[in-house]
Design a protein around this ligand. Structure first.
Ligand code: NCD
Length: 312
């Protein structure tokens, strides 16, 4: 269901190595378009892409829009507050009505885990998951993986630490699926109620209670935001306590490999999961992740469209 050679991109769980590499390689090819004076190619000219964002988004929404426009597609947007969902219409009816206006593809973010899979039973057009609840955020993990590959050359045997709210993070889940498929060793760390222990069953995932142990010797440190909007209040003590126990500061970064890179999908809560001097420091590749996001989304839109036989 989730592979690039299938109709939809719902997640990285179950996607093959070849599927991941195909997207990363295509994204690598597309990067160069951003450096041209005219940042546009005609690959998806005349195609209509719906951007349905039913949850807040800055980077992801803008990145998908830019990706579509760089491929010359036309984009149309809806959000919860401005759609008939507020008048009681169901998600299926809303999307079916828009499908009836001949859209070619649907990029969607939704607060419910599994919303995309559910919708895919009723919609013929390709659906790209731009984040579903706690579940998956495949294009974020793919752009993270492109950034890792740019800096480290590959994934086999690479040590990657994911620190923060793993349980509620769709970014963590997609990265864990994608990176373990590619042969990386994953260290996960965070407050106990936010660590799903069953992840260790994946084989190359290990849980570390202390951040110092999780990041010692790793090649990549990926910090994640506490998803306060997705948890009951009592799970989280205070920001100060969290940053003391799990926050990334310069001293802790020194425990990682001397060439380790520091990542964050954004939005960052500066001073909570990461100190500002680390976020803006020499190891940080956070803005490279954002740059790579456009190329990765171009690759996903293009390859999914190609799969449907609708590119020119
Ligand atoms: C993430 C998201 O929305 O899942 N952000 C993003 O897409 N860049 C991470 C987060 O909200 O913490």
């Amino acid at each position: 269901m989730s592979e690039v050679d299938n109709r939809h991109l719902l997640g990285l769980e179950g996607m093959s190595r070849e599927g991941i590499v195909q997207i990363l390689d295509q994204a690598e090819n597309f990067k160069e378009i951003a450096k041209r004076p005219v940042k546009k190619v005609p690959a998806l000219r005349g195609k209509n892409i719906l951007m349905a964002f039913f949850e807040p988004s800055t980077r992801t929404k803008m990145s998908f829009q830019m990706a579509a426009k760089r491929l010359s597609a036309d984009t149309y947007g809806i959000s919860t507050s401005m759609s008939s969902l507020t008048k009681g219409e169901t998600l299926i009816d809303t999307v079916r009505n828009i499908e009836a206006m001949a859209v070619d593809m649907i990029v969607m973010r939704h607060g419910f885990s599994g919303a995309h899979r559910f919708l895919s039973r009723y919609i013929d057009k390709p659906i790209i998951n731009a984040g579903d609840g706690w579940h998956e955020h495949p294009t974020q993990a793919l752009l993270d993986m492109l950034t890792i590959r740019d800096n480290k050359g590959g994934f086999e045997g690479l040590k990657v630490a994911l620190v923060g709210d793993i349980a509620h993070s769709r970014v963590a889940h997609s990265n864990i699926f994608g990176l373990s498929t590619m042969g990386a060793d994953i260290h996960i760390c965070g407050p106990y109620p936010m660590i799903p222990m069953e992840l260790e069953k994946l084989g190359n995932v290990k849980v570390f209670p202390k951040i110092e142990d999780a990041i010692r010797g790793v090649d990549v440190i990926m910090m994640l935001r506490i998803q306060l909007e997705r948890m009951p209040k009592h799970l989280f003590p205070t920001s100060r306590e969290y940053s003391t126990i799990f926050g990334l500061n310069r001293k802790r970064v020194e425990l990682a490999h001397k060439d380790a890179i520091v990542m964050h999908p954004g939005p960052i809560n500066r001073g909570v999961e990461m100190e500002p001097d680390v976020a803006d420091g020499p190891r940080s590749v956070i803005l490279d992740q954002v740059t790579n996001g456009v190329a990765v989304r171009m690759a996903v839109l293009y390859l999914q469209m190609l799969q449907m036989g609708v590119t020119q």
